[in-house]
Design a protein. Structure first.
Lengths: 66, 155
């Protein structure tokens, strides 16, 4: 699934490691999310949304609605 | 800790050092470090227990059937404890790491089974190779699991 995670992280000047710490996941997980090799579970997607103060659908892009 | 007081940086202030395409950043995150520390705290005593049980049963000797069974069953207690601790460790991993670990376990399980069949065929053929050959499936399984876990997580 396409997402804007890398773009949002870079806008805020955060490193992958710092984002991983905030989400309580490994840096590899952040990397896998950013490179779209892994789609997060709903709890993790909500956590990401809360961290960026954005709704899930503005971070993870639904290809069916495009 | 993230600086959330300034939620969005201006594009001019962005640095390509933060643009980490793959494997640029090294090191473990806080949750990984905590998991690794907890795993070591739980697993090291089990290794000590295993070593102690082997040394006790070896010193006791295998004179009687009861002693032989003791030599078999006593080391199995730390072995089972170790399995339980590894299970706890996997459950503490984040969802991506868990999936990669399960994939590695699946492949290593399949190859362990192949090694089991191979060892059985050697026994059926009366080839009488080393008695340590019974450990081959274990060695195949654990080493492939370890290597694949690293490969899957870091690719």
């Amino acid at each position: 699934m396409k997402n804007r995670l890398r773009e949002l992280r870079q806008e805020r000047g955060w490193s992958q490691g710092a984002l991983a710490d905030e989400l309580e996941v490994s840096r590899q997980t952040v990397n896998a999310l950013e490179t779209e090799r892994f789609d997060p579970s709903l709890p993790l997607a909500f956590k990401i949304g809360r961290l960026f103060s954005l709704p899930i659908e503005s971070i993870f892009l639904d290809e069916w609605s495009q | 800790v993230l600086d959330k007081s300034k939620p969005v940086m201006h594009a001019l202030h962005m640095t390509n050092k933060l643009d980490t395409p793959r494997k640029v950043e090294k090191g473990m995150s806080r949750s990984e470090r905590e998991n690794a520390k907890q795993f070591a705290k739980e697993f090291v005593p089990v290794v000590v227990l295993y070593t102690a049980s082997i040394s006790i049963t070896t010193r006791m000797g295998h004179g009687t059937t009861a002693k032989q069974w003791l030599a078999v069953l006593l080391p199995m207690i730390p072995v089972l404890l170790g399995v339980w601790i590894i299970r706890r460790h996997i459950l503490r991993l984040d969802e991506y790491a868990q999936i990669q670990t399960y994939k590695a376990i699946a492949v290593s399980f399949a190859l362990s089974m192949v090694a089991c069949v191979f060892c059985s065929l050697i026994a059926f053929a009366d080839l009488n190779l080393s008695p340590m050959l019974v450990f081959a499936p274990f060695l195949v399984g654990t080493s492939i699991w370890g290597v694949l876990s690293c490969v899957f997580l870091n690719r």
